[in-house]
Design a binder for this molecule. Structure first.
Ligand SMILES: *Cc1c(COP(=O)(O)O)cnc(C)c1O
Length: 496
């Protein structure tokens, strides 16, 4: 096997800043002033907070070292399925931080915000072209909020027809946020099963679709990484009974320039700009989940909407049937800006992005099937789902293999999701990895599978090289220590 990047780096222990500070240290020195000091009235200010005193280099080293404890797309392959952890070109960061955009104040009058409004308007036009939908709002700040917006639009549509439907059909291959969003909106999710091919069949939908059902939420491509190829028939069945079709488009990275969602019967769709369109994500930072609709649902979109007028661009609040406002101002502007920059810089190559994402996933699927069990052996989209069925014989689980991958220098894939595959091991390589990196990943998984046969105990103890080894899977969630657990010395410092 070729040498992989592995992880045996230089990782320092790092005390808290409170433990490093020494009274009187200072990060910068300012020449003494020639103006007489006029001390603040202490009674107005109160006791100053007991911040540690540190020199500049202590602060720089502290945060640089902490950043090395983390794994990101900029440090190595991050094959986390359903997340599209691809490399985001740095130019898009640069455009988003141009002072004219980064310093634009959201309360500036519209006349002084023409550039920002124009960008927003034009991004909507570009996304309409990518999705085949007719109208878009960039307001929702995450995929799940886009779904909620979609469900509110379903409700507003049925209400406008004088109807009050109560149920939503959701297949077992939908993303977990789908039933949650439907339920949050007051709908009762009706679960349906995918077939042996891992997709939804028209008969299954026909059997449950009725006039009390508001519609269906389909993740397409679904969470098995498979395209829902009966979507047109399914849409016809749902429309026939007066329902609407929602497509979760967070997996759009597989089908850009290839599938027009608007042409296959989808009424509402959300995108994840922070997956497909160049925003680094994973740490829970700001995201963007635009909600896209066909023309008949445009009146229900969130307000304000950006419109083009005779002399520029404006925000339009005048949509009496709108579901209202979902986010302050106009969504997470910096994220939409990155998407705009990404789409303009990629141009017609967006299609190539999807083709390469699909090619890479199929390459991994073909290379690793046999090493890992492949429950649905058919061409996949942007991700492929294996299981630990073969390794179970040696009492090695998906969790053990995922942990061991860290020693080989890779972020673990998504594990135990989707739920339809027991012991799921879900890999999404994305289009931005090189052939050499993909081969390194494949070789590593093969080496781990050999270890599973020969020395399973080693996998049970993995990772070996990480800063910490097997962590308690639930302790951090049950007993979080958000401020850093204070040591005796810290407590003393804070007190004194
Ligand atoms: C990530 C994802 C979501 C949720 O998006 P958030 O921005 O995390 O709320 C929904 N559906 C699918 C298929 C996803 O992959």
């Amino acid at each position: 096997m070729k040498e992989t990047i592995g992880t045996s780096g230089l990782i320092f222990n790092e005390p808290l800043l409170w433990e490093q500070g020494q009274k009187g240290r200072c990060a910068l020195s300012i020449a003494p002033g020639d103006v007489a000091a006029s001390p603040l009235d202490d009674s107005l200010v109160g006791e100053p907070p007991a911040f540690p005193d540190l020199s500049e280099i202590e602060v720089v080293r502290h945060y640089t070292r902490l950043s090395q404890w983390n794994f990101g797309v900029d440090s190595g392959m991050y094959p986390l399925g359903s997340c599209t952890m691809k490399y985001n070109p740095k130019t898009n960061e640069r455009q988003a931080s141009l002072p004219g955009f980064a310093s634009a104040h959201p309360l500036l009058p519209q006349e002084l915000s023409q550039g920002a409004l124009q960008m927003t308007y034009e991004l909507e036009q570009l996304l309409k072209e990518v999705t085949g939908m007719d109208a878009i709002s960039l307001q929702p700040s995450a995929g799940a909020q886009g779904e909620l917006a979609g469900m509110l639009i379903f409700h507003a549509y049925h209400k406008s027809k004088g109807e009050r439907r109560t149920k939503i059909i959701i297949p077992d291959t939908a993303h977990g946020t789908n039933p949650a969003s439907a339920a949050l909106c007051g709908y009762k999710p009706v679960p349906v099963k995918s077939n042996e091919q891992g997709v939804l069949s028209a008969e299954t939908v026909a059997a449950v679709m009725d006039e009390d059902t508001a519609g269906i939420m389909v993740t397409n491509p679904n969470t098995l990484g498979l395209f829902e190829d009966h979507i047109r028939e399914i849409a016809a069945i749902v429309h026939d009974k007066g329902g609407l079709v929602y497509a979760d488009g967070a997996n759009m990275n597989a089908v850009m320039g290839i599938v027009s969602m608007g042409d296959i019967g989808v009424d509402v769709l959300h995108l994840n700009l922070h997956k497909t369109f160049s925003t680094p994500h994973g740490g829970g930072g700001p995201g963007s989940g635009p909600v896209c609709v066909k023309a008949h649902l445009a009146p229900f979109l969130p307000v304000p909407r950006v419109i083009k007028t005779n002399d520029g661009y404006a925000l339009d609040e005048d949509h009496p049937e709108s579901i209202g406002k979902l986010h302050a101002f106009y969504g997470n502007f910096g994220i939409t800006l990155r998407a705009y920059s990404y789409i303009l810089s990629m141009g017609p190559y967006l299609k190539k992005v999807s083709q390469l994402a699909v090619l890479n996933a199929n390459y991994i699927k073909e290379q690793l099937k046999g090493t890992l069990h492949l429950p649905y052996d058919r061409p996949c989209m942007h991700e492929c789902v294996f299981s630990d069925k073969i390794q179970q014989e040696y009492k090695v689980s998906t969790l053990d293999m995922a942990k061991r991958l860290m020693d080989y220098g890779f972020h673990p894939p998504t594990i135990y999701f989707p739920l339809v595959v027991p012991g799921a091991f879900m890999v999404e390589p994305t289009e931005t990895e090189t052939r050499e990196t993909l081969d390194g990943f494949i070789d590593s998984v093969k080496a781990i599978a050999a270890e599973a046969r020969e020395q399973p105990e080693r996998l049970h103890a993995a990772p070996e090289h990480a800063k910490v080894n097997r962590l308690d899977e639930t302790e951090a969630a049950r007993n979080p220590c958000l401020a850093g657990c204070p040591t005796d010395r810290t407590k003393e410092y804070i007190k004194g």
